[in-house]
Write a protein that binds this ligand. Structure first.
Ligand SMILES: Nc1ncnc2c1ncn2[C@@H]1O[C@H](COP(=O)(O)OP(=O)(O)OP(=O)(O)O)[C@@H](O)[C@H]1O
Ligand SMILES: [Mg+2]
Length: 408
């Protein structure tokens, strides 16, 4: 704890002061997390009420009730007392996924389609990359698909918001991607963490992944003889696990360092969040120049998906003017829906989570409902694009197989 009354203007021992900040800060994070996740210090899966659950399963309320009568032993259904003192059933995502199977409403990625690796990236910091990646991962899981999120930023914010784990206290070097990239791509199998969302896993990060910036470019340290170029390590590692997922999201840091380069080389697609402001726009234009040079080197690189997401939209006149200008410039490459800047994001973050974790909103229910609607609109637009891509891949494969049969 620090003296609340006097703080000198500077310090003779910045190292010690930073160490004190670090310790005090992590202690506070831990206390806060433990308070939120009391009693077992792990984030718990949220549940949904019957009406929402029926909608998620994709059946009418009477059909949903019939399903429950027929299948009474489904795990993940609990009975709670609501605010009106009534006993109500609540459904976990696991239970909803089982009910989707019974109701035959579960979307399955078509045979012949491939999992999509999507890098969420922008050179600029604070534009909403992590928020986008984490919420998209959760929404993919909510729709019944399987998502893996790779935290590629040593800040570990995606790890914190996805799992509730305090990156620098509760994770060690071996829990991060570092060894899989530097010494053994098979190690990626051992570092996948399940989150409290059924179908949403993560590969976590903490400051240890900064070692990749030092080790991977160094010929003596990066095992180039056995593992090849340091830029294709993620592509190699992902081959081991890719088929267990429908979508693999990579939350890149605000840089074009070796981790981001690995992500861009390994990815099938990119989502670039840009807030509608002049500073963010001009930074994005610089990013396109760097990407152009990178793609020039990667001769055969194709992107199956590229979309710009207008993020953190304040809704004021300036933002709307900027949005219009961006839409004029980049047309259909900009997602139709945008992400609103909303206080609900900060409220959920204060509880170490995102909007999708909230089952009982603090404050206005209407504001929360609107925030979820905006988020759903953005994420479902993206997920529907993915489904379209999978449909085309499957069709292409079937056509190729047929041609092979016809041509002998
Ligand atoms: N839709 C939103 N509404 C309100 N706040 C938001 C929204 N999206 C993101 N934020 C806030 O903006 C800040 C930056 O968001 P985020 O961490 O997702 O950006 P980032 O691009 O990943 O940043 P970095 O480059 O540091 O990794 C965070 O405090 C986050 O809570
Ligand atoms: Mg981030």
């Amino acid at each position: 704890m620090f003296d609340q009354k006097i703080a000198p203007y500077g310090t003779d021992d910045p190292e010690k002061l930073m160490e004190k900040f670090y310790k005090a800060g992590n202690e506070m994070l831990l206390t806060l997390r433990n308070y939120i996740t009391n009693p077992d210090n792990r984030k718990k899966a949220r549940t949904w009420g019957s009406i929402e659950a029926a909608q998620m399963v994709g059946v009418s309320n009477p059909t949903f009730r019939k399903l429950l009568e027929t299948h009474s032993d489904i795990p993940g259904i609990v009975t709670e007392t609501n605010e009106g003192n009534r006993r109500v059933k609540k459904f976990s995502l696991q239970a909803i996924n089982i009910l989707r199977e019974y109701a035959n409403t579960k979307y399955t990625r078509p045979t012949g389609s491939k999992p999509l690796v999507i890098a969420v990236s922008n050179l600029k910091g604070g534009v909403g990359k992590t928020q986008t990646a984490v919420d998209l991962g959760k929404k993919i899981a909510i729709t019944g698909l399987k998502a893996l999120l790779l935290d590629f930023d040593g800040q570990g914010t995606a790890t914190l918001l996805s799992s509730g784990l305090i990156p620098d206290l509760e994770l060690c070097y071996e829990d991060t991607i570092t060894n899989s990239l530097v010494s053994d791509p098979d190690k990626i199998r051992d570092i996948i963490l399940k989150t409290h969302f059924d179908g949403f896993d993560i590969i976590p990060a903490n400051l240890a992944i900064q070692d990749c910036d030092l080790l991977l470019p160094n010929g003596n340290e990066n095992n180039q003889d056995t593992l090849g170029s340091p830029f294709i390590r993620l592509s190699k590692a992902l081959k081991n696990i890719k088929d267990n997922y429908d979508v693999i999201l990579i939350d890149c840091g605000p840089n074009l360092g070796i981790l981001t380069l690995n992500a861009i080389i390994a990815c099938d697609g990119m989502i670039i969040p840009i807030p509608p402001s002049m500073g963010d726009y001009s930074s994005f234009i610089m990013y396109t120049a760097s990407l152009k040079n990178l793609f020039k080197e990667l001769k055969d690189k194709k992107l199956e998906y590229l979309r710009i997401l207008i993020s953190k939209h304040s809704g004021n006149n300036e933002a709307m003017q900027m949005e219009n200008m961006m839409r004029e410039q980049f047309g259909r490459y900009i997602l139709s829906n945008h992400m609103c800047d909303t206080i609900e994001v900060s409220k959920a973050a204060n509880e170490i989570g995102t909007i999708y974790d909230v089952s009982k909103p603090r404050g206005s229910r209407e504001a929360y409902r609107r925030a979820v609607q905006h988020l759903d609109d953005v994420n479902m637009e993206i997920i529907n694009h993915f489904k379209d891509i999978w449909g085309r891949q499957a069709q292409k494969n079937t056509t190729t197989e047929l041609e092979e049969v016809v041509n002998g």
